[in-house]
Design a protein around this ligand. Sequence first.
Ligand code: KG4
Ligand code: ZN
Length: 366
Amino acid sequence: MYNEINKLNHTMKILAIETSCDDTSIAIVDCKNDINNIETKLLASVVSSQTKLHARSGGIIPNLAAREHEKNLLPVFKQALKTAKIKDFNKEIDLITVTRGPGLQPALLMGLNFAKALAYTTKKPIIGTNHLLGHIFSNFIQHEGIFKNNIKLPVVCLLVSGGHTQLYKISNWDNIKMVGETLDDASGECFDKIAKMLNLGYPGGVYISKTAEKFRSKNPGYKSEFKLPKPLMYSKDFNFSFSGLKTSVLYLIQRLKKSKKFNKKVVEKLCTETEDVITDVLVSKTIKLAKSIDAKTIMISGGVSANQRLRDKFEKTISNEFDFICPAKSMSTDNAAMIAVAGYYEHFRRKNDDCLTLEINSNLQI
Ligand code: KG4
Ligand code: ZN
């Protein structure tokens, strides 16, 4: 695999398109060297969020998301070219990459068709990439300056998003293996569903963590009142489960409403305790895996990795035992810059895809 890479001593300018969920995003990133010594420079990362639209229904409606992608793709594309100061697309862009899965089928199709039309008309190589790989490589991008990979292997990567909660063991960058995942709901989904039960906004993780942070600052010594479960916290494997927690909170809310004890203070306490049990389980399982494989580095990624409580707990628990790496918060949630790096990585594994036969796969795994 790396034969090709050694020959590459120039920079590749990559245009990446991401529409797997509710964010329309296009990025342009310079990538250089093989993945072990990769250097990246972010030239443009434009994200058009549909949060306000989906907040009305408290969740994403796939066809509505696709319609918005269709509207947003062209303006986002033009903005990305402008930000990256691309004057001549044909001369300057070396590779087009696009998320082919996993994600919402109608949403993925919009990005893929846009990318295919662009590749076909400009005769540029195209490669489809994996959104999950993108999240892992969100740690290979920084906002300012040049990122250089000096991450120590082996790495344990916790990937926590709206659709996934997975643990990866990375012995080298060509050997990324999933060793555990959620058996039911993803951690982000649990945040979102509990937020909906509490009549908070969408995306739920953001509202729960804001409410919890405020509550903790006013009640520094607060001890758990509701004793929510920490599912699979002590199981021997590296799997997760969050649907039981969601159901416990639902029954608790029903009981509290019946006894007329459900009020604003209770909502604040429930947010605080929900955030604490989810982050406790995530941190504990990740560190357990890191210890078991003698990892040097713990890395987190995905929308939930924007959670400050999660970051603080990792920092505090890890101390000097492992290096701890997390993406810039804007790179935790969906963006195309991470897709550019994943596309570069895939390019060295399979070169290119055929523009005419490239397809989405909404259940794609690593
Ligand atoms: O990675 P992402 O943007 O999209 C998917 O691939 O799913 O992740 C979205 C998820 C949502 O469930 C959202 O509630 C959660 O990330 N999220 C957070 C925070 N910011 C976003 N969860 C907890 N705390 C946050 N600060
Ligand atoms: Zn994502």
